[in-house]
Design a binder for this molecule. Structure first.
Ligand SMILES: Nc1ncnc2c1ncn2[C@@H]1O[C@H](COP(=O)(O)OP(=O)(O)OP(=O)(O)O)[C@@H](O)[C@H]1O
Length: 314
């Protein structure tokens, strides 16, 4: 796969604040990458350096092979950027605004209408195209921001918190749109919503306190984390002797009774040493007592576990 973004030792300081420290990562063509990190982690600053809005204090990056400092015009031509708060002109109509933006991006003559028309269509803005921007809902404003980023057909889209402040329906629509755009764009988006990354992205860059903690596919990240050693079992029979026997197992730390269904099925959650699997031992205990067993499940680590592990303040 060819490389779309190569960041090498990027750093940015604002006075004494080290917003980004020595960030190196590679993003290949076609990837949908989530920058994931708590508030103030350095996601926006990293994006602003890639887009040329902020000069790095150290290090460099290239977009589609063009250095962001030495060949900033070519680098910018390959990307579309949607900032966190899309700065729209409220007193312009949607088409008017996009035409204005297209001209600013160096699109001329009849190409302006074509570019604006394409962007409007891709972002589902047709019904709103004659509206004044100030009358648009937040979801449609985000779409205008996306349509703007798409002008000039960039290969790379950089979207800063594209779903921030939207209601659940608007969030679904914008995510759907991003997934569609990913068919022919490389996408970087930032978020602090874990589920968003799981739903939309095929690569995650975890950023915390200005540093890159991990950069991999969600499945590789969760695989790398030792399984939490937690299982759930569901059985029908006497609770006490089963709990006592499981508690007596060497690796087990804690047995919790989660509840009993009206039909008498007990659910137990067993916590054991990390990386161990006590399913067989627990099932053998139920069998020894002659009780019925209908469910044994091993909890696997989630992206949330990875995130907590990597951004934990020890
Ligand atoms: N212009 C600036 N001047 C001074 N400090 C800044 C400036 N921009 C960002 N910072 C600081 O740099 C750090 C990283 O900020 P950044 O906005 O990149 O984080 P973020 O991960 O995007 O956070 P959020 O999720 O809240 O948007 C923060 O401590 C922030 O206060």
């Amino acid at each position: 796969m060819s490389e779309m973004v190569v960041a090498e030792h990027l750093s940015k300081s604002f006075g004494r604040v080290h917003a980004v420290r020595d960030a190196s990562f590679t993003i290949c063509k076609g990837e949908i990458v989530g920058f994931l990190g708590p508030n103030g982690a350095g996601k926006t600053t990293t994006m602003k350096m890639l887009t040329g809005y902020l000069p790095p204090s150290g290090g460099t990056a290239s977009i589609a092979g063009f250095d962001i400092l030495d060949h900033s015009l070519e680098a910018r031509r390959h990307m579309g950027y949607m900032p966190e708060n899309v700065p729209l002109y409220d007193d312009m109509r949607v088409t008017e605004y996009l035409a204005f933006r297209a001209r600013l991006k160096g699109i001329h003559g009849s190409d302006v209408r074509k570019a604006v028309g394409e962007s409007i269509e891709r972002c589902g803005l047709d019904v709103m195209k004659r509206r004044m921007i100030r009358t648009l809902s937040k979801g449609y404003r985000q779409r205008v921001g996306l349509a703007d980023a798409l002008l000039g057909r960039p290969d790379l889209l950089i979207l800063d918190e594209p779903t921030n402040g939207l209601d659940p329906n608007q969030i679904r629509q914008i995510r759907e749109l991003i997934r569609e755009l990913a068919a022919d764009h490389t996408v970087i988006l930032s978020t602090h919503i874990l589920s968003e990354v799981e739903m939309v992205c095929n690569k995650v860059v975890i950023i915390d306190q200005g540093q890159i903690k991990a950069s991999d596919t969600p499945s590789n990240l969760t695989r790398g984390l030792r399984a939490a050693g937690r299982i759930s079992i569901e059985f029908k029979g006497d609770l006490e002797p089963v709990v006592t026997d499981i508690e007596a197992l060497e690796l087990v730390k804690k047995v919790m009774h989660e509840g009993t269904s009206p039909e008498g099925w007990h659910t137990l959650v067993v916590r054991a040493e990390a990386g161990t699997d006590t399913r067989e031992h627990a099932a053998a205990i139920i069998a020894k007592h002659g009780f019925a067993l209908r469910h044994v499940y091993r909890h696997m680590p989630t992206l949330e576990d990875v995130f907590v592990e990597m951004t934990r303040k020890d």
